[in-house]
Design a protein around this ligand. Structure first.
Ligand code: ATP
Length: 446
């Protein structure tokens, strides 16, 4: 596990996972770009999540809705009125802070001024823009601050077209925008980020245990996902959010927190949103969003909702923090060891599954390596690297978390076999080229 976030930030930049956005212009307010390895890692998370929670379940269907919705959505959902953070400002240097995060009795973190803060005001986090050619208030629209609302707004169309029966869920992966007062801590808090959310619709509960059953099921699902992502459960904390501190729509919320190097903070959330959203959209739009049991037309109701939410970027960050390891490993010199940094990602998560390396940059080796690369790339994300010494190339692959390195040497010309090195055990095995696809499929469980 990484102790200092700066080690991870520098590895991310050096190896092309994540780097500051718009850097040649001095960056922009803690925005980050996912580079060649970062995009693979992030896509692996989104794909695996979709596979587990949509593809492999018959009771969840997907949605990919527009980012910008009719602004009436945000009036009905309560976001225009309630989606706020308490803002305080230092009167001396004008730095702004969230008063629920920063202690206003302490000196300003930027200028050190004492007792200089304004009293808290509410600051709406919705990011505004304009549609159409004029910047009039009639054209004001908002980038969605969560993916959830479209799943309520489209509820009727999804019920009618998918023929799902309650209980069932709608899942969505996509961008959300929040005009955060203090973005920071690398990709932990940004103004543009991605969420993976499910709205799980249930019958209006007759007793508490009716909704708690579904709530606990989703909590278990989230626990299993964390394990799958490689997160050690000792680094996870489940925080029950008390009355008065929950979002305006929630009757119960559990924040799933992770011990990031900069403190224990929210990674995911699970909320019981009751029938708050469907009811409000029904009243505001005049559309009937109730559900009728197909087996009993008299059984008509507004469903209640359990909402598990996963942040994509915070998943990337937690997985990277957790996978980071520094250890002593043997070098090619007998009896000697050297420090290696290795990202011990679960295999499914590694951005590159197999690196294919000719021992030396010799035409006769490159000639037999290239067809192997072409063949393996049909099945796995591969990396081909012919530069530097083999030891340095192994170290590079360790640092990006590649589970297997495959070396082509002069013996390969004769014995038609390659050496496969395992990232974690460092064991090397000689495997016939003809068997390599099956060998890797087996090892990687793909
Ligand atoms: P926080 O208390 O950290 O501001 P929140 O409680 O407002 O978070 P939710 O509204 O529950 O967050 O959003 C659901 C998920 O979206 C969070 O658990 C987190 O993973 C992710 N998320 C929220 N805000 C951000 C952000 N600014 N940057 C990156 N991810 C975010």
């Amino acid at each position: 596990m990484v102790n200092n976030i700066d080690d991870l930030i520098s590895l991310s930049k050096r190896r092309g996972f994540i780097f500051p956005g718009s850097e040649i212009y001095g960056g922009l307010a803690n925005s980050w770009d996912y580079g060649p390895l970062g995009v693979e890692l992030k896509n692996n998370i989104k794909r695996e999540w979709w596979k587990l929670f949509v593809q492999m379940r018959t009771d969840v269907v997907g949605l990919d809705a527009a980012l910008i919705m009719n602004p009436k959505v945000w009036t009905a959902s309560g976001h225009l009125e309630n989606f706020t953070d308490p803002l305080i400002e230092c009167k001396k240097c004008h730095e702004r802070y969230r008063s629920d995060i920063v202690d206003a009795t302490k000196p300003c973190q930027k200028c050190g001024g004492k007792q200089t803060f304004t009293s808290p005001t509410t600051f709406n986090l919705m990011l505004k823009t304009f549609l159409g050619p004029t910047e009039e208030s009639a054209n004001v629209v908002y980038f969605r601050p969560e993916t959830a609302q479209s799943m309520f707004v489209d509820f009727k169309q999804i019920v009618q077209s998918s023929r799902q029966r309650i209980p069932f869920g709608i899942a969505q992966v996509g961008k959300a925008f929040r005009n955060e007062i203090t973005p920071g801590n690398f990709i932990f808090r940004t103004r543009e980020f991605e969420q993976m959310e499910i709205e799980y619709f249930i019958q209006p509960p007759k007793k508490k245990s009716d909704w708690e059953k579904h709530f606990n099921n989703w909590l278990d699902e989230m626990k299993q996902w964390l394990k799958h992502l490689g997160i050690n459960k000792k680094n996870i904390h489940y925080a029950e959010i008390p009355d008065g501190e929950r979002a305006h729509y929630s009757k119960r919320t559990v924040d799933i927190e992770y011990k990031f190097p900069f403190g224990q903070k929210e990674l995911y959330g699970l909320a019981y949103r009751t029938d708050f959203d469907l009811k409000n959209h029904m009243e505001s739009s005049g559309e009937d969003l109730s559900y009728t049991n197909p087996d009993d037309p008299k059984d008509k109701y507004i469903p209640h909702v359990i909402e598990p939410t996963w942040g994509v970027d915070r998943s990337v960050l937690a997985a990277m923090c957790e996978a980071y390891a520094e250890e002593e490993a043997p070098t090619s010199e007998k009896g000697e060891t050297a420090k290696r940094v290795v990202m011990k990602f679960p295999h499914w998560l590694s951005p590159v599954k197999v690196a294919i390396l000719p021992l030396l940059r010799k035409p006769e080796l490159i000639k037999i390596t290239k067809p192997i690369v072409k063949d393996l790339a049909k099945y796995f994300t591969v990396d081909y690297d012919e530069t530097q010494s083999i030891g340095r190339r192994y170290r590079r692959q360790d640092e990006i978390g590649t589970p297997y390195c495959l070396t082509v040497d002069f013996d390969t010309i004769e014995d038609k076999a390659v050496t496969v090195r395992d990232r974690d055990t460092l064991k090397q095995e000689r495997i016939p080229v003809a068997d390599i696809v099956n060998y890797l499929k087996n090892k990687l469980k793909i």
